[in-house]
Design a protein around this ligand. Structure first.
Ligand code: BG6
Length: 520
């Protein structure tokens, strides 16, 4: 065997390591009559069935308090699928086969009898693996996690197993607490009846194809990874923008704000993937170890550093796409004098070898001009001595933009000569688009995440120490805001890219935000 063959063999075996078979399993959804189930979970599972990715056999059990039978629940879900399925029309033959695996277990989450009923339902499933391989999806309020897991434990459906030896798993959604202390408490409750290895915390950004591609892109391309450090990079901008306002979620948002709703999870997750060191392998623990290391290298801020490096904003009335939008303070269930932030921009420093001296600018907000998430890597400028005279200004620095959504792809921006006699330079773009290269393929994040949870692969889920490290960062900032009202320079009109103070944050460093371009 020659060296190349040997290397190929090694690489193949590494890839196989990461691919786990999906065993027959039973998924029990608590809070099954909620929105998440009909809008996201069932459409995602239906698409997995459509693409023949579900294990054979499988069972889906909805556990909730409202009076329903298997038939009435299936009919409700079929109707919702008509509205929320990403592909239409629904394939009736696939739906019929899929629906036959859906069952309803009527019960109150605080009633031990209901769990006994659930246990006997599961015990009656015909396949040994279906009875043994159990996944509990807690689409409930986090305050109910402890109650549900302790009842499951009492009837023998969930057992804590040190090394993840039992096939039982618990899937939970954010919010994972509202600060570090409450997250620690929640984690302690969750791990009473399930080992950390049995807990799958969802951040739906990690299910997005383009977010997953950050690692592939970085670590499979020598041309970029060699430049991915302080030697070549001037700074990095991460924008996660949304053109929707808070709409009917005012009550929730008053408690959360952009910092808890977006920065603590999605924005910091994207940052971790962009900036982390290469993991030893793509195994879950190795990837998550590197993400945690990165989060821990973010320089903590004192209150005065928060004032200098973090800008909050709140929208007032304006227009998005020609549509009028009310001020945040006039939204339903929002206090008329609320100081909750609907926008955050921040400058952070990562104190490690690779990134020393490279600022990362992060921003996210509601009611911005477009919904667009992107990472923009700004390289250092080339010395412009050769072109100074002709240009009379600085050369445009190269940049690489990873467009996470929409218009998924990448753009490399560099300088080119404008054809003609004069030495005229201008930035040109090289564009890669997922759709053009691979055809339109936009699976919902939940499809990938549910499949991974069924396969017990935790790579795309958030580990306890990640959650806690992210809260540490967010708490320091939020504490510095306590008792401080928003000032005039922190308000922005709906339909603009945030408050003036966010532009000043970069201007002070001699830089400016590059705004995502609208989708063509
Ligand atoms: C959720 C937030 O986690 O993410 C919402 O609670 C936000 O406020 C949403 O709108 C954004 O997700 P996406 O996939 O639309 O970018």
């Amino acid at each position: 065997m020659n060296d190349v063959q040997q290397l190929d063999e090694l690489l193949d075996s590494r890839r196989d390591q990461a691919r786990r078979p999906v065993e027959p399993c039973t998924m029990v959804i608590f809070g099954a009559s909620g929105d998440l189930t009909s809008r996201k979970l069932i459409p995602a599972l239906y698409h997995l069935a459509l693409e023949k990715l579900l294990p054979q056999p499988y069972k889906i059990v909805g556990f909730a308090r409202r009076e329903k039978t298997d038939e009435t629940w299936r009919a409700e879900l079929r109707e919702a699928l008509g509205k929320f399925s990403r592909t239409q029309p629904v394939d009736e033959a696939v739906w019929a086969a899929f629906a036959a695996n859906i069952h309803y277990c009527l019960g109150d989450m605080s009633d031990s009898k209901a769990y006994e009923k659930l246990a006997s339902m599961v015990a009656g499933f015909p396949d040994e693996k279906l009875r043994r391989n159990r996944l509990f999806y807690l689409a409930t309020n986090p305050s109910q996690f402890a109650e549900v897991t302790s009842h499951l434990n009492a009837v023998g459906l969930l057992t804590r197993s040190e090394a993840g030896m039992t096939p039982e798993r618990v899937v939970v959604e954010k919010p994972f607490g509202h600060d570090l202390a409450s997250a620690q408490e929640l984690n302690a409750e969750l791990t009473r009846f399930a080992h950390e290895k049995q807990i799958f915390r969802i951040d739906h950004y990690l299910g997005k194809e383009t977010v997953q591609n950050i690692l592939t892109f970085r670590f499979s391309n020598a041309i970029f990874e060699r430049l991915w450090n302080r030697e070549a990079i001037d700074h990095v901008q991460i924008t996660v923008g949304e053109k929707l306002g808070v709409g009917s979620r005012g009550g929730y948002y008053e408690e959360a704000g952009a910092m808890r709703d977006m920065v603590q999870n999605h924005v910091l997750q994207v940052l971790a993937l962009v900036a982390m060191e290469p993991p030893v392998s793509l195994e879950a623990e190795n990837v998550r170890d590197e993400k945690v290391k990165l989060l821990k290298s973010i320089r903590p801020m004192t209150a005065s550093q928060v004032a200098e490096n973090v800008v909050r904003g709140q929208y007032f009335a304006g227009e998005v796409d020609g549509e009028p939008r009310p001020a945040y303070r006039s939204e339903v269930k929002v206090k008329p004098n609320s100081n909750v932030e609907t926008f955050v921009a921040m400058r952070i420093n990562i104190d490690n070898w690779r990134w020393s001296g490279v600022p990362f600018y992060l921003r996210t907000g509601k009611n911005l001009p477009h919904s667009a998430s992107e990472v923009r890597i700004h390289f250092k400028s080339a010395p412009s001595i050769l072109f100074n005279a002709g240009l009379g200004r600085k050369l445009d620095a190269n940049s690489l933009t990873l467009r996470l959504q929409p218009n998924e792809g990448m753009t490399l921006r560099f300088n080119g000569k404008v054809p003609g006699g004069a030495t005229e330079l201008r930035p040109v773009r090289m564009n890669f688009s997922y759709d053009t290269e691979f055809g339109a393929y936009t699976p919902e994040a939940y499809e990938r995440l549910l499949l991974e949870a069924m396969a017990a692969d935790a790579t795309l889920f958030i580990r306890r120490d990640e959650v806690e490290a992210a809260w540490g960062i967010v708490d320091a900032i939020r504490t510095a805001w306590v008792g401080k009202s928003l000032t005039n320079r922190e308000f922005y009109a709906a339909g603009t890219w945030g408050p003036f103070a966010a532009d000043e944050l970069l201007a002070r460093d001699g830089r400016e935000w590059r705004n995502p371009q609208p989708q063509k």
